[in-house]
Write a protein that binds this ligand. Sequence first.
Ligand code: FAD
Length: 405
Amino acid sequence: MEFRLTSEQEIFRRTLREWCEANLEPIAAEIDSKEQGIPDKIIKGLADLGVMGITIPEEYGGSMIPGQEITLANVAVQEIARADLSMSVPVYVLLNIGWGYLVTLHGSEELKKLVLPKVASGEGFVGIATTEAGGGSDVANVATTARLEDGKLIINGEKSYISGIRETTEQRDGGHLTLFRTDPDAGHRGFTFAYIPSRSEGISTTVYEDVGRGGLSTGGFRYKDVVIPESYVLGEINRGFYVNMEGFNAARILVAAACVGATEKALELSIEYVKQRTAFGRPLAKFEGISFEIAEDKSRFDQIQMWLRYTAWMADQFYSEPGSFTHNDLSHAVSICKLEAPHLALETVKHSMMYHGAFAFTKECPLELAYRGVLSYVVGAEGGTNIQKLIIARETIGPEAIPYR
Ligand SMILES: Cc1cc2nc3c(=O)[nH]c(=O)nc-3n(C[C@H](O)[C@H](O)[C@H](O)COP(=O)(O)OP(=O)(O)OC[C@H]3O[C@@H](n4cnc5c(N)ncnc54)[C@H](O)[C@@H]3O)c2cc1C
């Protein structure tokens, strides 16, 4: 049993940290405040370091080390999140390497050649589109439909709260892995999950004004008779619900990684500040009301970081040694990460803001970026808190705990 990163993984982590501190951290607030999105030099820099291709095999332009891909992706997203507390760049990266991984695992040869080289080089973006205005948690309620005609799928419907609208229609190229209904009478056995290029004919978009994560757009898609070839389907027609759920496992590990990275940075900012700021003739660190709270946050951080590392390792085992873990084992471990990490990040950031006093209420202080950015993962992005509880309850208690049966 080994709990440390290998020396090669540690070198990768350190190299990335140095790069992020030099190139990303100084412009994080600027990225958050601009509609132009993440600068090409950041995406290109991360691609050159092998980050964008971390879950993509070499033959498609990636840098994947089989059996370590999720462990390394976890390390990468944590490091990027430390440097960009707004969560714009970490989320941009985690969507690409999380959902890109699903294309690696379940895409046809044609789809892999279309999507993966561009993701790995940073020219393209691949996201996820399941949520609809009618609700996001109840994925089985999706109303977007498609009919199959002569080897093509013709899609009609709408998606909401989707990340990567401008990125795939204006700033770069790409599209979204999209869930739609292909058999209206088959419940969740009637869904298909397929890649839809965002510039396809018949697509119109809207962009929302979010409270945080300003460097990455969210919005909606409307599909009117959008045509894609059947080869863009992930897995099989009518098996899309299961493929989609598999993708959530990888993506949620990386969401937790972003939150753990933000927590680590917030703790560091707290520690630095409470040692030098004095009140009543002593540094803030001397007051137990503050030092004990930092101790509590640090102890939760250590627990979650270790659990996350274990879960990433479990995901790597799941794919490299089939049968080592079941899909349900993995979902259970992943949901613990997604349940805990966003809340810990938000609380640690909030605590740190309290120690920083009035300074925390200014845009000079990087913590406000984190507060707004991390909130996206508390309110629901990549699955709401209660949905993680539902999954954990199902795995702990059994099918009796599933409310919709
Ligand atoms: C910044 C941001 C980016 C996003 N990006 C994407 C994206 O790229 N692609 C995409 O498809 N979606 C995206 N989403 C949407 C996200 O997946 C949904 O917000 C999420 O699935 C929750 O859906 P909802 O917001 O419709 O809330 P609802 O499903 O309406 O739920 C509302 C509340 O009720 C709770 N709830 C729901 N069901 C139960 C239950 N059975 N028991 C107890 N409580 C329950 C939820 O936890 C939540 O707190 C994004 C969201 C945000 C905020």
